[in-house]
Write a protein that binds this ligand. Structure first.
Ligand code: CO8
Length: 258
């Protein structure tokens, strides 16, 4: 939409596309971009017309991190009170599935933003890293917590302590990304994947995303209890009736909520 200056936001069918667009800074996440990204994402999330959100960058960079030039002179209180943090709670609580579509650099806050999404699709050009250690700091946007959960302690510790980059094939082997796609097929594949998700029943998508998030945050017994209740609750929706009826009638389901 026209009012944004650092991102492009556009609905394509039931998919909400957000393209980070600060080419002069490899999409570094400055405060304007962060504000616009969260705003656009929350608007898509609030719309029942949107069943999947894609966050992507350019061929060269998803995002090369927080904006170092903007951060350089900040102090403790400025970081804590303003800084990059306000607003992300809402982003993390979105109900709509979010895909991070990463080509090129996903470094620092860029890698952390990608990990905040439900899953990452990577072009074969993708490079992931938490290079904050080279700047005399550490990941500040979830990287020290989400990277070990995604790829295990050993690999995460090596990445965070050396600041090295990881290529797409290693990222796939390690479980950081769902799939690696050749660069020339990348956006078409992402679009297809997002449209597939967006064609499902919205209440079922919300519940499935909730349960997957519970798996990241809860002990197994709690997560299993959460799933059991959510599964039973799905049987109160007309989309469950339609989905199962369509299966027995050997036709495509026509969900009410999508
Ligand atoms: N911040 C500000 N500007 C940047 C950033 C950045 N993170 N990354 C690149 N740029 C700018 C460069 O300064 C350069 O601008 P100019 O042309 O005006 O000098 C332009 O983008 C192009 O970059 P390069 O010339 O460096 O391009 P190269 O291809 O030579 O190198 C690299 C690409 C390797 C990606 C290199 O740019 C680089 O190392 N960038 C910094 C990566 C980094 O350290 N990221 C971590 C930042 S700290 C962080 O993310 C902490 C997160 C905690 C909170 C997050 C809240 C959102």
């Amino acid at each position: 939409s026209a009012e944004y200056t650092t991102i492009l936001a556009e609905a394509r069918g039931r998919v909400g596309w957000i393209t980070l667009d600060r080419p002069e800074a490899l999409n570094a996440l400055n405060s304007v971009l962060v504000t616009e990204l969260i705003d656009a994402a929350l608007i898509f999330d609030a719309s029942s017309e949107i069943g999947c959100i894609v966050i992507t960058g350019s061929e060269r960079a998803f995002a090369a991190g927080a904006d170092i030039k903007e951060m350089a002179d900040q102090g403790y209180a400025e970081m804590l009170v303003g800084g990059p943090f306000p607003g992300w709670g809402g982003f993390e609580r979105m109900r709509t599935p979010v895909i991070a579509a990463v080509a090129g650099f996903a470094l620092g806050g860029g890698c952390e933003l990608a990990m905040m999404c439900d899953f990452i699709l990577a072009a074969d050009t993708a490079k992931f890293g938490q290079p904050e250690i080279n700047l005399g700091v550490l990941p500040g946007f979830g990287g020290s917590q989400r990277l070990p959960r995604a790829i295990g302690k050993a690999k995460a510790a090596e990445m965070v302590l050396t600041g090295r980059m990881m290529r797409a094939d290693e990222a796939e082997r390690s479980g950081l990304v769902a799939r690696v796609i050749p660069a020339d097929e990348f956006l078409a594949d992402v679009e297809h994947t997002a449209a597939t998700i967006a064609s499902k029943s919205l209440p079922a998508l919300y519940a499935a995303k909730d349960a997957l998030q519970a798996a990241q945050e809860m002990p197994l017994s709690e997560g299993l209890r959460f799933e059991r209740l959510a599964f039973a609750a799905a049987f109160a929706t007309d989309d469950q009736k339609e989905g199962m009826r369509a299966f027995t009638e050997k036709r495509e389901p026509n969900f009410t909520h999508r």
